[in-house]
Design a protein. Structure first.
Length: 184
């Protein structure tokens, strides 16, 4: 009986340890099985989410394209309206310009360039004032007024300067003449 007791004492802790190891292994296997089932469920849910995500992405892309096309048509419409407005302004401006050009052309036959030779007077600052000379040429030809188109300058010297063989010197002055005028 002594050996039986010793063996029972030894086997009980071994059986308890084995039972405990078996229970831990079972718990570990059960936990692993639950984790696998949960991962499978997550993968399934992830696949469903990805599938619905792809569909929602495609639907969003179609919505964005429709919005872009709609705004493109609106922009084109406003550009056509603006173009029509600008064309109206250009037509009005062109019509006014044509009227002004026609008025100017109507006045051209009354204007003529005439030739003459009229001395310009000196202004108070010493420069030639040729407006009166151009008007004098035009009134002599039957027109009302004129503007100088071409002028000639000459150096006029006393006869003694020329007789002495010089072309200029003391006593010489520059005179300006209107040789052509635009008369109206």
């Amino acid at each position: 009986m002594g050996t039986e007791r010793i063996s029972n004492r030894l086997t009980r802790p071994l059986a308890a340890s084995a039972l405990l190891a078996f229970l831990c292994a079972g718990a570990l296997l059960l936990t692993a099985a639950l984790a696998l089932a949960q991962d499978g469920g997550r993968a399934n849910a992830r696949a469903k989410a990805e599938h619905s995500s792809i569909l929602s992405d495609i639907a969003n892309w179609f919505d964005r394209q429709a919005t872009k096309i709609s705004s493109g048509f609106k922009d084109a419409g406003s550009q056509v309206t603006n173009f029509g407005h600008e064309a109206g302004i250009a037509a009005k401006t062109t019509a006014e310009g044509a009227k002004e050009a026609a008025d100017a052309v109507a006045r051209i036959p009354a204007a003529r360039v005439v030739s003459g030779h009229q001395k310009c007077t000196l202004a108070p600052n010493g420069a030639p004032d040729c407006l009166a000379a151009a008007n004098a040429i035009c009134t002599a030809k039957g027109f009302q007024s004129g503007k100088s188109v071409d002028m000639t300058t000459a150096e006029v010297c006393p006869a003694q300067v020329y007789l002495s063989g010089r072309n200029s010197g003391p006593g010489c002055r520059t005179e300006t003449f209107v040789s052509r005028a635009l008369c109206q």
